[in-house]
Design a protein. Structure first.
Length: 401
């Protein structure tokens, strides 16, 4: 005879505990981390004030982030622009015999296929600031190249005293079309968007990516992609009249954004970007949270890659539970933005036994860490916990929802 009554629906020792739902809020500041151990505020661990027991749900309740980020930076691999000459002004062919112009032509034509590389300063630019930066960088680059040529070639040492700098390049922003225009007052040129240096920049950026992963990028592949270029090289056109390089929304006298050269036979060469500029930067920041068990609850897609995996299976290359929260970036730098909107929450069933330490990571979709440039940020988490209560005269039997 079985001494256990297996059909008994009543436990021998009834559980008199009921559970009350309690909400708790944790405010976390990035400046409170161990700065020596975690110098980058975008990725750090922090000890919480106490043990949080029987955690049923956790979600991002509110946050405040600085917008003082550098859209253009060395870590982002988007500082470099490559260009070259394709049709250099020749004074002799235009019946003009000038010692300085002869020396400039000799210097530029000595290596006609040379790619000139410029690098802009790190930071955030308005379109007008970018046009000025590119104008000055391109002209300074050619000035330095010519000075070096004049110094190393004895036959043209005389040009050092005559040469005051190269200033034929001009870049201007068309605020109506929202495109950049590149021009040269005497020589034809090309923006070399298929240069191998952009591949090298992407490789360097991926090696600096300390995020959860490093993703390929088909839109953000270097500085030209922000300026409105595609990966195809673009050659300048020869202007037939002043109307070709005039902005007609300006007045008749100020509509020409590039000054034609006074050199005999010289013509303006110009090009415009195929696409509009895009200086908005990443639209979202992803927050990852981890403790003794993962707190991430958002699945995330990844860029499609045509490889053996995608061609032989019907699965995707997305990531399950890749992030805890997705925070919109609604503004450009020089401000602070904050929100307390509803966000997805992590549900534990059964409840998580204990929460005491958090790993925090702030990244973009491509896996690169957010560069807060030393500025503090803060956020608050909402925890819902189940606390056992002895059911005596309490009429409480709540379940968290």
């Amino acid at each position: 005879m079985n001494k256990f009554n297996l059909n008994n629906n009543h436990p021998i020792i009834p559980n008199q505990n009921q559970y009350i739902c309690e909400k708790k809020y944790i405010s976390i500041h990035s400046v409170d981390r161990d700065i020596l151990k975690y110098p980058n505020s975008a990725s750090f661990e922090i000890e919480l004030p106490q043990d949080y027991l029987n955690v049923q749900t956790i979600r991002l309740y509110s946050w405040s982030l600085p917008a003082n980020y550098s859209l253009f930076s060395n870590n982002s691999g988007n500082l470099v622009l490559v260009f070259k000459f394709v049709d250099i002004y020749n004074p002799i062919e235009n019946g003009f015999n000038d010692p300085l112009q002869n020396a400039i032509y000799a210097g530029l034509s000595s290596n006609i296929n040379k790619n000139y590389i410029i690098s802009i300063e790190e930071g955030f630019y308005t379109p007008s600031q970018m046009s000025i930066e590119l104008t000055n960088k391109m002209n300074v680059k050619i000035t330095d190249e010519l000075n070096s040529f004049f110094e190393t070639n004895v036959a043209y040492n005389y040009a050092l005293e005559l040469f005051t700098g190269y200033n034929d390049f001009a870049v201007e922003y068309n605020s109506v079309g929202q495109k950049l225009w590149f021009g040269n007052s005497s020589s034809g040129f090309e923006i070399v968007n298929n240069s191998d240096i952009y591949k090298e920049e992407l490789i360097m950026r991926n090696s600096n990516c300390i995020g959860s992963r490093s993703l390929p990028s088909f839109s953000d592949w270097g500085l030209p992609s922000f300026l409105g270029f595609t990966r195809c090289p673009v050659q300048s056109l020869t202007a037939k009249s002043a109307n070709d390089y005039r902005f007609f929304y300006l007045d008749l006298f100020n509509g020409s954004w590039i000054r034609p050269s006074n050199l005999p036979g010289a013509k303006v060469h110009y090009l415009t970007t195929p696409l509009k500029i895009n200086f908005l930067g990443p639209a979202y920041i992803y927050m990852e949270l981890d403790s003794n068990s993962s707190l991430n609850c958002i699945d995330e897609t990844e860029p499609f890659v045509e490889d053996k995996f995608t061609s032989t299976t019907n699965q995707t290359n997305g990531i399950v539970n890749s992030a805890f929260a997705k925070i919109a970036v609604p503004t450009t730098p020089y401000s602070q933005w904050f929100d307390d909107d509803m966000y997805p929450y992590k549900w534990f069933d059964p409840p998580m036994e204990r929460l005491r330490r958090l790993k925090i990571k702030m990244r973009y979709h491509n896996g690169a860490l957010v560069d807060f440039s030393g500025f503090d940020y803060t956020f608050m988490l909402e925890l819902t916990m189940l606390n056992p209560q002895i059911a005596r005269n309490l009429n409480v039997n709540k379940f968290c929802g």
